[in-house]
Design a protein around this ligand. Sequence first.
Ligand code: HH2
Length: 357
Amino acid sequence: MLRDIYLRPLGLFPSALHLTAKEVWGGLPMAGGWLDFTALEIIERNGAKVDRYIAGLGEFFERDWGRRTLNASDMFEALRTPRHRLAGLALDRPVLMGIVNITPDSFSDGGAHFDAPAAVEHGLRLVAEGADILDVGGESTRPGAAAVSEVEEIRRIVPVVAGLRAKTDVRISIDTRKSAVMREAVSAGADLVNDVSALMNDPLSLETAADLGVPVVLMHAQGDPRTMQQNPTYENVLLDVFDFLEARIDAAVRAGIPREHLLVDPGIGFGKTLQHNLALMSGLSLFHGLGVPVLVGASRKRFIGTLTGVETAAERVHGSVGAALAAVAQGTQIVRVHDVAATKAALAVFQASADAR
Ligand code: HH2
């Protein structure tokens, strides 16, 4: 049954308030992270019709909201519950995922590190710059990209995952839509799976991921990379993406993947117009109601080029850093970025400024 009530945490403040205030009224830590929420947007959906109410937490508790509070009590609990560690990484601070593409045609860095030694060297440079996770991918999923065979994808990624595993303890994730690639990557040393099709592209992916026993990123996409930008349509992009991710969490749990192993990602740029991307970016805190960590990959994407007038993807660093900060300001636990050093520096200042007392 589809959800008719959603809760989006609002009024987000650095949790350091707890440490300075004698008593805190009306704020609760969000997902055990660095922000407290002090208000809620109560979103009521009836088909295409959406009503919104905003209530401070006091108002939310004191007033009789009837079925609204009842129907959303699972989301409220999900907002409050601290997140599990991810492959040993604590998620009470923003985590940086650096991108290692071994593809000739990625939109932002295609061909730059296409051979294995160059890709390993690039990954190690990102670690030196402060990446907590390296996301290794052998197939471009940019709009219009051609599919890559399983054999070719394995040939590209295995030496890079193995090469990185031999040289660093950093977490390695494998960005793939194919179960055979997941398997080979994990046996070469990968710690998590990042699937832009939310384990739907390959019929064996759900059981493979369950069998491998590693954490999995479930990302929303509308359509296939080849055609996804042609005419993306949603009734309400934020709520439709939420419903999709909720259904994929259920499917993954039914297939035997523990909830503690799941992460969600709204899939910026995957079957989305500029307005869709911005609606997702501005509504990101909603996804904490799914009860699992949230990952956002906005780095160097087209919507940043559109907003900043920067045509060349590799030059979209300033706009990309802005997007990463916007995501972290809504409690996003993991940001997937090309420009690790720049994002790390911006986050250091952003967090220190929020935490100081
Ligand atoms: N974006 C891309 C690839 N994988 N994975 C997640 N979880 N989230 C994302 O937003 C995401 C992703 C596309 O970016 P990139 O890897 O830079 O380009 P390409 O697909 O052309 O290799």
